[in-house]
Structure formats: C-alpha cells, structure tokens
Design a protein around this ligand. Structure first.
Ligand code: DP6
Length: 325
C-alpha cells in the first residue's frame, strides 16, 4: 500500500542532548519544542512485492547502503506490521538538509507516519511518537501539534511527546537567519555521544527538571521576556556542553556569533527578541508576531545573512492525499 505524510521540523526551547540508551534513543532529559510551519518534509512510502530492495530518494538524490537510517526504520515498521515487502520512499524537504535545521525531525516524523500507514498499521499519536523517536529523537516531537513536551521516560513505552498547546495558542515567530548552507561537520547523533565527556553535563542534568518546570510556567502565563531569557540561556548552556566535550564541538561561525551579539544589542534598545541555536551555524530568532517586522528589517540589513525563513507555530505530522510518485 502507498501513503504520504507531511511533517514539520521543530525548534527546541529546552534541548535534547545526550542519550541514556543509544539503541532505543531514550534521552537523558525531557525537552520542550515548537513545530515550525515553514520547514517541512513530505514523504511517500509504498510497500510492494514488486520491489526487490528498498529504494530511498531524498530531494531527488538516491540514498544507498544497508546502514541507512531510513532502511533501519523501515525494518522496524515492517517488523511491527508483520510484513516483509520492500519499499519505495520518496521524500522532499522545502529546506536544505543536514545544516542544523532539524531535517531529521521533520524527515523521520513524515517517514514514520507515511510508512506506518502504508504498512497497514493504524497507530495512535503516542504510538507514532514512540516509533519516530527510535529513528531520530527530535522527530518524536514533530508528531503532536504546536507546542510540545517530550517526556523523557525510562522505557520505550514511556518516552514520547505530547502537545502542551495547539499552534494558535501563542503568536510566537521563529525567524531563522541562515548564515551558511554548508553541511555540518559533526552530526547531532555523533555530537550527542560526546555530551557525557563535558565536565558540566552532570550539572546540566541536575538542573534540567527545574528548567522544564519554569519554561512551562512562562508558557502558561505567556510571559514572553521570561520565556525568551530562559530559552536563550538554555541554548548557550547546550553550546557550553558542546564546546567542553572531548573532542570539542564548535558549530558557530563568525556569522553566527555576529547575530548572537546583535540580538543582545537589539534587546537593549527595547526589541523583544531572543536566540536559540542547534547543531549548526544558523540562528533561530524567537519573537512575538508584533515584533516580526522590526526583527526582519534589522536582519535584512546584515549582509552575512544568506537567507531568512519565517516560521509560525505548526500542527504535527499528518497523512496527506497527494503522493510524490
Ligand atoms: C541540538 O534528534 O538530531 O537539535 O536522536 O541522534 O537523531 P538523534 O539526534 P537529533 O538531536 C537534536 C539535537 C538538538 C536539540 C533538540 O532538537 O532538542
């Protein structure tokens, strides 16, 4: 059977960094994120006895090799569904992959929803989130709608994401400043394995539950300055862990740093905007809808910014009618 799905990428306000179980992708800590409406993946999956092997095409390029994460995920889904037909997978992202814009989150969420349905499984949101998590941790947060919490859990069945608020709950905008379209040198998966080597990682874990409690409180009150301050502190803490890992991970470029400093300067002049950064050089500028035009006007004047992507809160992964083949 053939099925197609569309899934958003997401930006974490409290980050997932470090796994307590590599195989099941159980995170060391819970995380909080927002689904993004303008960074998405569409994927079509067909399981059919006519295919002699799995064919995977991402953005027009064939993926090969048994080690492919996509094929491993297809295996997981075939096992669950009790089928053994090979599959054809065609996937399209509306943004560059592997540059730190969380293409694995949208990509694996779309793959999970399309492949599960194509394999004849009718799974709940929770089951889809658990399944997606095993392919790429952050993709479990792209399954539910809007503002999302990933409950860390201690077992596969207790580690999944839930929606805290629907997309229209809060008029938050994520303006992504692309400073380079170069692919990152170290993947999130490899980077995460180094987290534990940072002398500060244990301290981070000791304080993370309180951080999650606080950010949820600020979200409930829609206290934007408190929310923004905390998400920025969290991004800097994530990068402090990366910088102090062995080997150290430096994802920033001069363009990244320049925007970080400018955001702080703009705030001093009264503009309510905060930054967060993942495993890449690009900067996510988080503001409210009413501040979007001011932030855009400022960013457009910076010539190191190659491209700007504006995101509103989005719903989670969904099946779609239109197939890609
Ligand atoms: C910095 O979900 O890409 O973006 O589970 O190994 O696929 P894997 O890692 P991934 O890591 C995301 C890391 C992050 C933080 C976050 O999104 O929470």
């Amino acid at each position: 059977m053939k099925a197609s799905a569309k899934a958003p990428s997401n930006i974490a306000f409290i980050k997932y960094w470090g796994k307590k179980n590599e195989v099941l992708r159980l995170p060391e800590n819970g995380s909080i994120s927002l689904n993004l409406d303008n960074l998405w993946t569409k994927t079509t999956v067909e399981f059919n006895p006519k295919y002699s092997k799995d064919f995977v095409t991402i953005n027009g390029e064939a993926e090969t090799g048994e080690e492919s994460r996509v094929i491993k995920h297809l295996e997981r889904i075939r096992k669950l569904a009790g089928i053994n037909h090979k599959a054809k997978v065609v996937s399209y992202n509306n943004f560059p992959i592997a540059t730190g814009l969380s293409s694995s989150a949208s990509g694996f969420a779309a793959l999970t929803v399309a492949a599960a349905w194509a394999a004849g499984l009718n799974l709940s949101e929770k089951e889809l989130s658990i399944l997606a998590r095993q392919s790429s941790g952050s993709s479990c947060r792209s399954i539910p709608d809007g503002f999302v919490q990933w409950l860390a859990g201690n077992t596969s069945q207790t580690s999944y994401a839930v929606s805290l608020y629907p997309p229209d709950y809060w008029d938050i905008v994520d303006v992504v400043a692309i400073v380079s379209e170069g692919k990152k040198e170290v993947s999130s998966t490899s980077g995460q394995q180094m987290a534990i080597s940072s002398p500060f990682f244990k301290l981070r874990l000791a304080k993370i539950k309180e951080k999650i409690r606080l950010i949820k409180k600020f979200m409930a009150k829609k206290d934007f300055p408190a929310f923004g301050e905390l998400l920025e502190v969290e991004a800097l803490e994530l990068h402090a862990i990366m910088l102090t890992s062995t080997p150290s991970l430096i994802y920033w470029t001069p363009g990244t740093l320049m925007i970080m400093k400018l955001v702080k300067k703009w705030r001093q002049s009264g503009i309510e905007v905060y930054f967060t950064i993942n495993t890449g050089q690009d900067v996510h500028l988080i503001c409210q809808g009413k501040t979007k035009a001011t932030v855009l006007a400022k960013l457009k004047k910076i010539n190191t910014v190659k491209k700007i992507i504006i995101n509103k809160p989005a719903q989670g992964a969904r099946l779609v009618q239109k197939h890609l083949f």
